[in-house]
Design a protein around this ligand. Structure first.
Ligand SMILES: *Cc1c(COP(=O)(O)O)cnc(C)c1O
Length: 372
């Protein structure tokens, strides 16, 4: 039985009519760049995140850069983030002209360890970017407390956490700004590239709106130097359709994760992801950990089960960031996890027999004898 890592076609087939209608409307109104379809999505996405404003932009990477630029963070400034994030978080900090300062993660959540943040703060520190990795939010209360005490901005990288919650509060709504990616494979994915920034700060929202559109306050009157980071009209329409379904998809992901957990709970060779008491985990990635990753992945592949690694190399060991001067051993938990993670197939349309097939294959490969 083939089990793909992700199946965007299966999802499309459930919403094809709505999507076609949405895209047709954009074309018939020729509202291709920004415009009313983006504005409608922005309003609905802000309400989904329980924030006052949402700004649709060209990607998750630009969303983080725009949040930093909108807050006036640039050359000479330092921004703290997790050592195990996707490269885009660090790149956005660098692209803003600031310096990424990395912090190790907690083993329970794979997110930035609040207890290690204070040691990384210097007089140059301007912001903390917690990354809600895999769909579970970072421990925000202590992070917000530290930020408050040191007068720092908090920008949530919620690119993997649409609809995730921390004690009932939605991802993106706790910091000064929340950044989302709508890359096709994300839990809320466009049919192309897109991203968004949410915030309750009206001034920040309007600054980001200006920067994403060449710094203009009205057409051809440019108050500041901006950039082109607009969202396509077609992406706005697609995302607005998909937003109507995301709660169902998220619940399906959560049920799939629960089933994996049940089936794999008694296997001592692997560790399943945990959900913190404070969290609503949205399982963008369902990552297990194992000491025998190479064998597990190649045996899964031999059975036509597709798995992945998120991510094999932490930021401080990437060639691109050698200038930060780190070496192996600097962030031991991030390093250990990077060597052990295996992401299993995870999407809303995953079938119960596919999950059982994956779990049985893992039991067989690791030669685990089920207890019952
Ligand atoms: C996907 C992702 C991004 C970047 O989003 P793009 O839309 O691909 O630019 C940033 N941070 C994290 C944690 C991501 O997973």
């Amino acid at each position: 039985m083939k089990v793909p890592f992700l199946d965007l076609k299966a999802q499309y087939e459930t919403i094809a009519d709505e999507i076609k209608t949405g895209i047709d409307e954009v074309i018939s109104k020729t509202a291709f760049a920004g415009g009313p379809f983006v504005a409608a999505f922005e309003e609905n996405f802000a309400s989904y995140c329980a924030t006052q404003h949402a700004v649709g932009v060209s990607s998750g990477t630009s969303a983080i850069w725009l949040a930093l630029a909108g807050l006036g963070i640039g050359p000479g400034d330092e921004v703290i983030t997790a050592a195990n994030t996707f490269i885009a978080t660090a790149e956005a900090i660098s692209f803003a002209g600031a310096k990424p300062v990395l912090v190790d993660i907690e083993e329970a959540t794979y997110n930035i360890d609040p207890a290690k943040i204070e040691a990384a703060i210097t007089p140059q520190t301007k912001a903390i970017i917690p990354v809600h990795l895999f769909g579970q939010m970072a421990d925000m209360d202590p992070i917000l407390k530290i930020a408050n005490a040191h007068n720092l901005f908090v920008i949530e990288d919620a690119s993997q956490s649409h609809g995730a919650e921390y004690n009932g509060q939605r991802a993106g709504s706790l910091g000064h700004a929340g950044c989302f990616s709508f890359y096709p494979g994300k839990n809320l994915g466009a049919y192309g590239e897109a991203g968004g920034v949410v915030t309750n700060d009206e001034e920040l929202a309007s600054r980001i709106r200006m920067i994403r559109d060449h710094g203009q306050s009205k057409k051809y009157y440019h108050d500041i130097i901006g950039w082109n980071a607009r969202m396509d009209g077609i992406q706005g329409a697609v995302l607005d359709v998909k937003l109507r379904h995301i709660e169902n998809w998220t619940e399906a992901r959560r049920a799939n994760a629960k089933r994996y957990n049940e089936l794999l709970a008694n296997n001592p060779a692997i560790e399943c992801p945990g959900e913190m008491d404070y969290a609503r985990h949205v399982y963008h990635i369902y990552a297990i950990r194992t000491g025998e990753r190479e064998e597990l992945m190649s045996e899964l592949a031999a059975r036509d089960i597709h798995s992945g690694i998120h991510y094999p190399v932490p930021i401080h060991l990437q060639k691109a960031y050698k200038e930060l001067g780190h070496s192996e051993g600097d962030f031991p938990i991030a390093e250990k996890c990077a060597k052990e993670f295996v992401s299993l197939p995870m999407f809303a349309e995953l079938q119960p027999e596919q999950i059982e097939h994956v779990a049985n294959a893992i039991e067989e490969i690791t030669q685990n004898v089920p207890v019952d």
